[in-house]
Design a binder for this molecule. Structure first.
Ligand code: NAD
Ligand code: DAU
Length: 332
């Protein structure tokens, strides 16, 4: 299949591209703005053309579509960090609202199928049980609110224009090549360096962990077998409170538990996410990697791939880290 993968230089997008080429022999073109989170090295060795540009730029989108003669668009392109959306929401509105609209118009013009990659966060927080695809959207942060807005726009294009659009809502992903602003890679790299491990609030928030390759496979599966106009939840096989995740990382890295430091909570922090994934399982997808195994693999990958993370830890990331944690951590 010929695919235009937007945001394909990021964490999940690059895993998707790797799997589509290796397992399906797809022809892929990537369109990516190469923000701080997008990295050329994530696509190294794959021989994939990369068009540098924003999905909100119709000229770049048209160029990328012409280059590969795409039959479908898969949209990963997004600003993805909740803390950054609280500090500076502008780019979230631009990319999720305007960018998704530009892609929808391009898909409509060329008669293409489009898969929008979305998140469990659009449903908000849930104390017990799990969200289904019929649950109301109650996003809490500028990140999840703008992702929910994009989902609604996508659904409207099927309803109004008959566009073949699908939505995949994933739970918390983890694995190789995740930017170290997110909980798991941040904790792994800090633990390996003997730096403090900043736990927000009481650390008892619960996330539903999904290995990145499992999510990437689910997206390809829904693209091929899903029904246009439908959304599909893709939840991980295991849930775990944050503090327990951090303790497991401490064990796997051999760092002292005394590195754990409680810091002020994230404003509007969602307590628990949980997805019911019966609908995507009925299409024939199931996760392959349990959290214990995936976490071990992830720690090993970060240990073995200093060349990937060293430039990040010494670059602009330091300024972000200082802004986010500087005042609340004992030493930086
Ligand atoms: P990421 O931050 O690692 O990658 C995002 C990519 O999008 C980067 O390559 C970035 O350069 C690119 N990008 C950002 N703005 C762009 C724009 N305007 N135009 C073109 N490219 C742009 O994120 P990720 O974790 O790989 O997430 C990918 C998608 O999956 C997002 O839509 C996110 O909402 C969704 N998602 C993520 C998770 C998770 O746990 N990480 C879970 C569920 C869903
Ligand atoms: O649920 C899917 C979502 O998962 C994706 O849509 C988002 O793009 C992705 O960033 C992620 O959002 P979270 O806010 O759940 O992930 P994050 O890694 O930022 O935080 C996970 C949990 O850990 C959350 O409860 C906040 C907490 N946390 C995070 C950081 C970075 C800490 O306690 N300390 C930290 O330093």
């Amino acid at each position: 299949m010929k695919l235009l993968v937007c945001g394909g230089a990021g964490f999940i997008g690059s895993s998707f591209v790797r799997i589509r080429i290796a397992d399906h022999g797809d022809d892929v073109v990537v369109l990516d703005k190469l923000t701080y989170a997008g990295r050329r090295e994530n696509l190294e060795g794959l021989g994939v053309p990369l068009v540098e540009g924003g999905i909100e730029d119709p000229v770049r989108v048209a160029e990328a579509l012409d280059l590969g003669g795409a039959e479908a668009i898969v949209n990963f392109a997004a600003e993805t960090h909740v803390d950054r959306s609280i500090a500076e929401p502008d780019a979230f509105v631009r990319t999720h609202a305007l960018g998704t609209h530009v892609l929808l118009e391009a898909a409509r013009e060329h008669g293409l199928r489009m898969l929008q990659v979305s998140t469990d966060e659009v449903y908000g927080s849930i104390e017990d049980g799990s969200f289904t695809e019929e649950s109301p959207l109650r996003p809490s942060s500028p990140y999840s609110a703008t992702k929910a807005g994009a989902d609604l726009l996508v659904a409207s294009y099927t309803h109004t224009f008959g566009l073949e659009a699908l939505i995949c809502r994933g739970s918390n992903n983890y694995g190789p090549r995740q930017y170290p602003e997110k909980l798991i890679p941040l904790m792994i790299l800090n633990a390996l360096h003997g730096d403090p491990l900043p736990v927000y609030g009481d650390g008892l928030q619960v996330r539903n962990w999904l290995f990145v390759e499992d999510f990437a496979r689910a997206i390809g599966h829904v693209l091929a077998h899903g029904t246009p106009g439908e959304a599909y939840n893709v939840g991980g096989p295991d849930e775990c409170p944050n503090l327990e995740v951090v303790r497991r990382i401490v064990e796997l890295t051999g760092a002292p538990e005394s590195l754990i430091q409680y810091v002020p909570d994230r404003p509007g922090h969602d307590r628990r996410y949980s997805l019911g994934s019966e609908k995507v399982r009925a299409l024939g997808w199931a996760p392959r990697v349990r959290f214990d195994e995936g976490l071990e693999r992830t720690v090993r990958w970060y240990r073995d791939n200093e060349a990937w993370w060293a430039p990040i830890r010494s670059g602009d990331y330091r300024a972000y880290y200082e802004r986010q944690y500087g005042r609340s951590l004992g030493r930086r």
